[in-house]
Design a protein around this ligand. Structure first.
Ligand code: OSB
Ligand code: MG
Length: 371
Protein backbone atom coordinates (compact mmCIF):
# COMPACT_ATOMS: atom_id res chain seq x y z
CA UNK A 1 0.00 0.00 0.00
CA UNK A 2 1.09 3.53 -0.74
CA UNK A 3 -0.40 6.74 0.62
CA UNK A 4 -1.32 9.46 -1.87
CA UNK A 5 -2.94 12.18 0.21
CA UNK A 6 -3.75 13.21 3.74
CA UNK A 7 -6.77 15.27 4.77
CA UNK A 8 -6.75 17.13 8.07
CA UNK A 9 -9.87 18.64 9.61
CA UNK A 10 -9.70 20.55 12.87
CA UNK A 11 -12.98 19.91 14.66
CA UNK A 12 -14.69 21.17 17.82
CA UNK A 13 -17.71 19.21 19.05
CA UNK A 14 -19.70 20.68 21.94
CA UNK A 15 -20.18 18.26 24.86
CA UNK A 16 -23.72 17.74 26.19
CA UNK A 17 -22.37 18.73 29.61
CA UNK A 18 -18.97 20.01 30.76
CA UNK A 19 -16.55 17.29 31.90
CA UNK A 20 -14.58 18.14 35.05
CA UNK A 21 -11.52 16.25 36.24
CA UNK A 22 -8.97 17.00 38.96
CA UNK A 23 -6.98 19.03 36.42
CA UNK A 24 -9.59 21.03 34.54
CA UNK A 25 -12.93 21.37 32.74
CA UNK A 26 -13.70 20.51 29.13
CA UNK A 27 -16.68 22.09 27.36
CA UNK A 28 -16.00 20.62 23.97
CA UNK A 29 -14.01 17.86 22.34
CA UNK A 30 -11.40 19.35 20.05
CA UNK A 31 -9.52 17.04 17.71
CA UNK A 32 -8.12 16.59 14.22
CA UNK A 33 -9.84 14.12 11.97
CA UNK A 34 -7.16 12.67 9.72
CA UNK A 35 -8.00 10.97 6.44
CA UNK A 36 -5.31 9.00 4.60
CA UNK A 37 -5.96 8.13 0.96
CA UNK A 38 -4.20 5.14 -0.62
CA UNK A 39 -3.29 4.56 -4.27
CA UNK A 40 -6.65 2.83 -4.86
CA UNK A 41 -8.69 5.73 -3.50
CA UNK A 42 -9.63 4.13 -0.18
CA UNK A 43 -9.67 6.50 2.78
CA UNK A 44 -8.64 5.41 6.27
CA UNK A 45 -9.54 7.67 9.18
CA UNK A 46 -7.80 8.46 12.42
CA UNK A 47 -8.68 10.78 15.29
CA UNK A 48 -5.94 12.84 16.89
CA UNK A 49 -6.85 12.79 20.60
CA UNK A 50 -4.23 15.12 22.11
CA UNK A 51 -5.93 17.75 24.26
CA UNK A 52 -5.55 21.50 23.64
CA UNK A 53 -3.64 21.82 26.94
CA UNK A 54 -0.71 19.61 27.99
CA UNK A 55 -2.51 18.57 31.20
CA UNK A 56 -3.45 14.90 30.72
CA UNK A 57 -0.20 14.08 28.88
CA UNK A 58 2.58 16.32 27.53
CA UNK A 59 1.18 16.43 24.00
CA UNK A 60 -0.98 19.31 22.83
CA UNK A 61 -3.41 19.20 19.94
CA UNK A 62 -1.50 21.74 17.84
CA UNK A 63 1.91 20.31 18.72
CA UNK A 64 0.74 16.80 17.88
CA UNK A 65 -0.70 18.00 14.58
CA UNK A 66 2.71 19.41 13.73
CA UNK A 67 4.36 16.08 14.58
CA UNK A 68 1.85 14.40 12.26
CA UNK A 69 2.53 16.67 9.30
CA UNK A 70 6.27 17.29 9.73
CA UNK A 71 7.46 13.84 10.79
CA UNK A 72 4.89 11.04 10.62
CA UNK A 73 3.38 11.75 7.20
CA UNK A 74 6.84 12.65 5.95
CA UNK A 75 8.11 9.21 7.09
CA UNK A 76 5.31 7.35 5.28
CA UNK A 77 5.52 9.47 2.15
CA UNK A 78 6.54 7.40 -0.88
CA UNK A 79 6.97 4.21 1.18
CA UNK A 80 5.42 0.89 0.27
CA UNK A 81 3.68 -0.28 3.46
CA UNK A 82 3.17 -4.03 3.42
CA UNK A 83 1.36 -4.45 6.71
CA UNK A 84 0.07 -2.13 9.42
CA UNK A 85 2.54 -3.47 12.02
CA UNK A 86 5.29 -1.81 9.97
CA UNK A 87 3.98 1.66 10.74
CA UNK A 88 4.90 1.71 14.43
CA UNK A 89 8.35 0.40 13.46
CA UNK A 90 8.82 3.26 11.00
CA UNK A 91 7.83 5.72 13.74
CA UNK A 92 9.98 4.09 16.42
CA UNK A 93 12.88 6.58 16.19
CA UNK A 94 10.52 9.41 17.19
CA UNK A 95 10.30 9.57 20.96
CA UNK A 96 6.99 9.85 22.77
CA UNK A 97 4.26 11.68 20.85
CA UNK A 98 2.01 8.66 21.33
CA UNK A 99 -1.27 10.35 20.36
CA UNK A 100 0.20 11.79 17.18
CA UNK A 101 1.54 8.34 16.24
CA UNK A 102 -1.73 6.61 17.10
CA UNK A 103 -3.80 8.89 14.85
CA UNK A 104 -1.75 7.98 11.77
CA UNK A 105 -1.05 4.35 12.67
CA UNK A 106 -4.71 3.59 13.37
CA UNK A 107 -5.77 5.20 10.06
CA UNK A 108 -3.39 2.75 8.34
CA UNK A 109 -5.12 -0.16 10.10
CA UNK A 110 -8.45 1.17 8.83
CA UNK A 111 -6.99 1.26 5.30
CA UNK A 112 -5.65 -2.30 5.50
CA UNK A 113 -9.00 -3.60 6.75
CA UNK A 114 -10.81 -1.71 3.98
CA UNK A 115 -8.41 -3.09 1.34
CA UNK A 116 -9.22 -6.59 2.60
CA UNK A 117 -12.94 -5.69 2.57
CA UNK A 118 -13.34 -6.67 6.18
CA UNK A 119 -14.19 -4.93 9.44
CA UNK A 120 -11.41 -3.57 11.62
CA UNK A 121 -12.71 -5.73 14.48
CA UNK A 122 -12.33 -8.85 12.35
CA UNK A 123 -8.97 -7.64 11.03
CA UNK A 124 -7.53 -7.38 14.56
CA UNK A 125 -9.00 -10.70 15.66
CA UNK A 126 -11.86 -9.36 17.78
CA UNK A 127 -14.67 -11.90 18.14
CA UNK A 128 -17.34 -10.17 20.23
CA UNK A 129 -20.42 -8.86 18.43
CA UNK A 130 -21.22 -6.47 21.27
CA UNK A 131 -19.30 -5.11 24.23
CA UNK A 132 -20.30 -4.34 27.83
CA UNK A 133 -19.66 -0.73 28.70
CA UNK A 134 -19.73 1.69 31.61
CA UNK A 135 -19.72 5.44 32.04
CA UNK A 136 -17.20 7.92 33.46
CA UNK A 137 -18.68 10.80 35.46
CA UNK A 138 -16.82 14.09 35.97
CA UNK A 139 -16.49 15.84 39.34
CA UNK A 140 -19.87 17.29 40.37
CA UNK A 141 -20.51 20.39 42.47
CA UNK A 142 -21.90 18.39 45.40
CA UNK A 143 -22.84 14.89 46.55
CA UNK A 144 -26.50 15.32 45.63
CA UNK A 145 -25.72 16.21 42.00
CA UNK A 146 -23.36 13.26 41.82
CA UNK A 147 -25.98 10.81 43.11
CA UNK A 148 -28.55 12.20 40.64
CA UNK A 149 -26.05 11.95 37.78
CA UNK A 150 -25.31 8.33 38.70
CA UNK A 151 -29.04 7.62 38.90
CA UNK A 152 -29.66 9.00 35.42
CA UNK A 153 -26.90 6.83 33.89
CA UNK A 154 -28.01 3.72 35.80
CA UNK A 155 -31.54 4.19 34.51
CA UNK A 156 -30.16 4.67 30.97
CA UNK A 157 -28.71 1.15 31.35
CA UNK A 158 -25.09 1.64 32.43
CA UNK A 159 -24.17 -1.18 34.79
CA UNK A 160 -20.75 0.12 35.84
CA UNK A 161 -19.88 3.65 36.88
CA UNK A 162 -16.56 5.47 37.25
CA UNK A 163 -16.51 8.62 39.36
CA UNK A 164 -13.81 11.28 39.11
CA UNK A 165 -12.39 12.21 42.50
CA UNK A 166 -9.91 14.67 44.02
CA UNK A 167 -8.93 15.56 47.59
CA UNK A 168 -12.05 17.01 49.24
CA UNK A 169 -14.40 15.29 46.78
CA UNK A 170 -13.67 11.65 47.45
CA UNK A 171 -14.75 9.50 50.43
CA UNK A 172 -18.01 11.30 51.24
CA UNK A 173 -18.95 11.60 47.55
CA UNK A 174 -18.32 7.92 46.89
CA UNK A 175 -20.11 6.95 50.12
CA UNK A 176 -23.18 8.92 49.03
CA UNK A 177 -23.23 6.92 45.79
CA UNK A 178 -22.55 3.62 47.58
CA UNK A 179 -25.37 4.25 50.14
CA UNK A 180 -27.83 4.84 47.30
CA UNK A 181 -26.54 2.01 45.04
CA UNK A 182 -25.25 -0.76 47.32
CA UNK A 183 -24.47 -3.24 44.53
CA UNK A 184 -23.31 -0.97 41.71
CA UNK A 185 -19.83 -1.78 40.35
CA UNK A 186 -18.01 1.47 41.13
CA UNK A 187 -14.57 2.84 40.18
CA UNK A 188 -12.82 6.04 41.28
CA UNK A 189 -10.44 7.99 39.01
CA UNK A 190 -8.14 10.61 40.57
CA UNK A 191 -6.18 11.66 37.48
CA UNK A 192 -3.04 11.91 39.59
CA UNK A 193 -4.45 14.34 42.21
CA UNK A 194 -2.98 12.68 45.35
CA UNK A 195 0.37 12.82 47.13
CA UNK A 196 2.26 10.57 49.48
CA UNK A 197 0.68 12.15 52.57
CA UNK A 198 -2.79 11.18 51.25
CA UNK A 199 -2.04 7.45 51.36
CA UNK A 200 -4.22 6.84 54.45
CA UNK A 201 -7.16 8.74 52.94
CA UNK A 202 -7.00 6.47 49.91
CA UNK A 203 -6.83 3.34 52.09
CA UNK A 204 -10.21 4.36 53.62
CA UNK A 205 -11.87 4.03 50.20
CA UNK A 206 -11.41 0.26 50.55
CA UNK A 207 -14.40 0.24 52.95
CA UNK A 208 -16.75 1.30 50.15
CA UNK A 209 -16.43 -1.79 47.98
CA UNK A 210 -14.89 0.11 45.10
CA UNK A 211 -13.56 -2.12 42.34
CA UNK A 212 -10.62 0.05 41.31
CA UNK A 213 -8.85 3.27 42.14
CA UNK A 214 -7.44 4.74 38.92
CA UNK A 215 -4.16 6.69 38.82
CA UNK A 216 -4.17 8.33 42.25
CA UNK A 217 -0.49 9.39 42.19
CA UNK A 218 2.06 11.00 39.89
CA UNK A 219 2.18 10.03 36.25
CA UNK A 220 5.76 8.73 36.49
CA UNK A 221 5.36 7.13 39.88
CA UNK A 222 5.50 3.38 40.25
CA UNK A 223 6.63 3.20 43.87
CA UNK A 224 3.72 4.96 45.60
CA UNK A 225 1.21 3.04 43.51
CA UNK A 226 2.95 -0.17 44.59
CA UNK A 227 2.83 0.91 48.26
CA UNK A 228 -0.88 1.57 47.96
CA UNK A 229 -1.61 -1.69 46.15
CA UNK A 230 0.30 -3.63 48.81
CA UNK A 231 -1.74 -2.12 51.65
CA UNK A 232 -5.17 -2.39 50.04
CA UNK A 233 -7.19 -5.47 50.85
CA UNK A 234 -9.80 -5.43 48.10
CA UNK A 235 -9.52 -2.51 45.74
CA UNK A 236 -7.31 -2.86 42.64
CA UNK A 237 -4.99 -0.02 41.69
CA UNK A 238 -5.51 0.75 38.00
CA UNK A 239 -2.94 2.76 36.02
CA UNK A 240 -3.91 5.20 33.27
CA UNK A 241 -1.52 8.16 32.73
CA UNK A 242 1.50 6.04 33.79
CA UNK A 243 1.12 3.64 30.87
CA UNK A 244 2.47 4.78 27.48
CA UNK A 245 3.93 1.52 26.23
CA UNK A 246 4.26 -2.21 26.79
CA UNK A 247 7.52 -1.49 28.65
CA UNK A 248 5.61 0.65 31.13
CA UNK A 249 3.17 -2.21 31.73
CA UNK A 250 6.03 -4.65 32.30
CA UNK A 251 7.61 -2.33 34.85
CA UNK A 252 4.34 -1.71 36.66
CA UNK A 253 3.77 -5.48 36.78
CA UNK A 254 7.28 -6.14 38.08
CA UNK A 255 6.96 -3.53 40.83
CA UNK A 256 3.42 -4.61 41.79
CA UNK A 257 2.18 -1.08 41.10
CA UNK A 258 -1.25 -2.15 39.86
CA UNK A 259 -3.62 -5.04 39.29
CA UNK A 260 -5.42 -3.34 36.40
CA UNK A 261 -4.64 -1.24 33.32
CA UNK A 262 -6.90 1.33 31.70
CA UNK A 263 -5.79 0.85 28.09
CA UNK A 264 -6.28 3.66 25.61
CA UNK A 265 -5.02 2.96 22.13
CA UNK A 266 -4.22 6.63 21.58
CA UNK A 267 -2.24 6.97 24.82
CA UNK A 268 0.08 4.06 23.92
CA UNK A 269 0.90 5.14 20.37
CA UNK A 270 -1.48 2.98 18.38
CA UNK A 271 -3.23 -0.33 17.86
CA UNK A 272 -0.11 -2.46 17.52
CA UNK A 273 1.16 -1.44 20.97
CA UNK A 274 -2.36 -1.74 22.45
CA UNK A 275 -2.74 -5.30 21.11
CA UNK A 276 0.61 -6.30 22.62
CA UNK A 277 -0.32 -4.79 25.98
CA UNK A 278 -3.65 -6.61 25.99
CA UNK A 279 -1.87 -9.89 25.28
CA UNK A 280 0.71 -9.30 28.04
CA UNK A 281 -2.01 -8.44 30.56
CA UNK A 282 -3.89 -11.62 29.72
CA UNK A 283 -0.79 -13.76 30.24
CA UNK A 284 0.06 -12.11 33.55
CA UNK A 285 -3.55 -11.98 34.77
CA UNK A 286 -3.60 -8.19 34.95
CA UNK A 287 -7.11 -6.86 34.41
CA UNK A 288 -7.14 -4.87 31.17
CA UNK A 289 -10.04 -2.69 30.11
CA UNK A 290 -10.60 -0.11 27.43
CA UNK A 291 -10.58 3.52 28.56
CA UNK A 292 -11.65 6.62 26.68
CA UNK A 293 -10.87 10.29 26.14
CA UNK A 294 -14.29 11.60 25.15
CA UNK A 295 -13.61 10.40 21.61
CA UNK A 296 -15.78 11.43 18.71
CA UNK A 297 -17.15 8.80 16.32
CA UNK A 298 -13.93 7.72 14.64
CA UNK A 299 -11.95 7.40 17.87
CA UNK A 300 -14.88 5.59 19.48
CA UNK A 301 -15.00 3.08 16.62
CA UNK A 302 -11.38 2.09 17.36
CA UNK A 303 -12.11 1.69 21.07
CA UNK A 304 -15.14 -0.46 20.33
CA UNK A 305 -13.19 -2.71 17.93
CA UNK A 306 -10.34 -3.11 20.42
CA UNK A 307 -12.66 -3.84 23.33
CA UNK A 308 -14.30 -6.55 21.21
CA UNK A 309 -11.20 -8.70 21.70
CA UNK A 310 -11.37 -11.40 24.31
CA UNK A 311 -8.66 -9.97 26.59
CA UNK A 312 -11.19 -7.28 27.53
CA UNK A 313 -13.52 -8.79 30.10
CA UNK A 314 -14.19 -5.74 32.23
CA UNK A 315 -16.59 -3.04 30.86
CA UNK A 316 -14.81 -0.05 29.31
CA UNK A 317 -15.24 3.73 29.43
CA UNK A 318 -16.94 3.53 26.05
CA UNK A 319 -20.35 5.11 26.39
CA UNK A 320 -23.05 5.75 23.81
CA UNK A 321 -22.74 8.79 21.52
CA UNK A 322 -25.54 10.66 23.34
CA UNK A 323 -23.59 10.61 26.62
CA UNK A 324 -21.08 12.95 24.95
CA UNK A 325 -22.57 14.77 21.95
CA UNK A 326 -25.86 15.90 20.55
CA UNK A 327 -24.39 15.56 17.08
CA UNK A 328 -21.30 13.56 16.11
CA UNK A 329 -19.40 13.68 12.80
CA UNK A 330 -20.29 10.12 11.78
CA UNK A 331 -23.56 8.94 10.26
CA UNK A 332 -24.14 6.10 12.74
CA UNK A 333 -24.61 6.70 16.46
CA UNK A 334 -23.28 4.25 19.02
CA UNK A 335 -26.29 3.22 21.06
CA UNK A 336 -26.62 1.57 24.44
CA UNK A 337 -28.77 -1.58 24.29
CA UNK A 338 -29.06 -3.60 27.51
CA UNK A 339 -25.85 -2.03 28.79
CA UNK A 340 -23.99 -2.99 25.63
CA UNK A 341 -22.72 -1.42 22.42
CA UNK A 342 -22.85 -3.21 19.09
CA UNK A 343 -19.53 -3.69 17.27
CA UNK A 344 -19.72 -2.22 13.72
CA UNK A 345 -19.58 -4.84 10.97
CA UNK A 346 -18.97 -2.56 7.97
CA UNK A 347 -15.60 -2.37 6.28
CA UNK A 348 -12.73 -0.89 8.25
CA UNK A 349 -13.85 1.08 11.30
CA UNK A 350 -17.38 0.55 10.02
CA UNK A 351 -18.60 4.12 10.47
CA UNK A 352 -19.03 6.77 7.77
CA UNK A 353 -18.19 10.43 7.98
CA UNK A 354 -21.24 12.72 8.01
CA UNK A 355 -19.90 15.38 5.64
CA UNK A 356 -22.59 17.86 6.59
CA UNK A 357 -21.86 17.56 10.32
CA UNK A 358 -18.13 17.70 9.58
CA UNK A 359 -18.42 20.96 7.69
CA UNK A 360 -20.62 22.36 10.47
CA UNK A 361 -18.07 21.60 13.22
CA UNK A 362 -14.78 21.89 11.32
CA UNK A 363 -12.78 25.06 11.93
CA UNK A 364 -10.24 24.38 9.18
CA UNK A 365 -9.34 21.90 6.48
CA UNK A 366 -6.16 21.11 4.62
CA UNK A 367 -4.97 18.56 2.06
CA UNK A 368 -1.40 17.33 1.97
CA UNK A 369 -0.02 15.52 -1.08
CA UNK A 370 2.24 12.58 -0.24
CA UNK A 371 4.65 11.10 -2.70
O1 OSB B 1 -8.76 9.76 32.98
O2 OSB B 1 -9.86 8.25 31.95
C1 OSB B 1 -9.53 9.43 32.09
C2 OSB B 1 -11.52 11.65 29.68
C3 OSB B 1 -10.52 12.48 29.22
C4 OSB B 1 -9.24 12.32 29.71
C5 OSB B 1 -8.96 11.35 30.66
C6 OSB B 1 -9.95 10.50 31.12
C7 OSB B 1 -11.26 10.68 30.64
C8 OSB B 1 -12.40 9.88 31.09
C9 OSB B 1 -13.61 9.80 30.16
O3 OSB B 1 -12.46 9.34 32.16
C10 OSB B 1 -13.78 8.46 29.54
C11 OSB B 1 -14.74 8.52 28.37
O4 OSB B 1 -14.31 8.76 27.23
O5 OSB B 1 -15.93 8.34 28.60
MG1 MG C 1 -8.18 8.01 34.00
Amino acid sequence: MKLNKAYLYKVHLPLVSPFRTSYGILHQKSFYLIGLEDELGNIGYGELEAFPLPDYTEETLEGAKQVVTDFLLEELSGKEIEQPEQVSQIFAWIRGNEMAKASVESACYDLFAKRQKTSLAHFIGAKKKEISVGVSIGIQKNKRSLVEKVRSYVSAGYGRVKVKIQPGADFSYLKAVRDEFPELPLLADANSAYKEEDLNDLLRLDQLNITMIEQPFGVRDLWLHAELQKRLERMAVCLDENIRSLEDVKQAFTFGSCRAINLKMARVGGLQEALQIAEFCKQRKIIVWCGGMLEAGVGRAYNVALAARNEFQFPGDISATDRYFEQDIIKQNFELINGKIHVPEGMGIGVEIDEQALSRFAESFETILLD
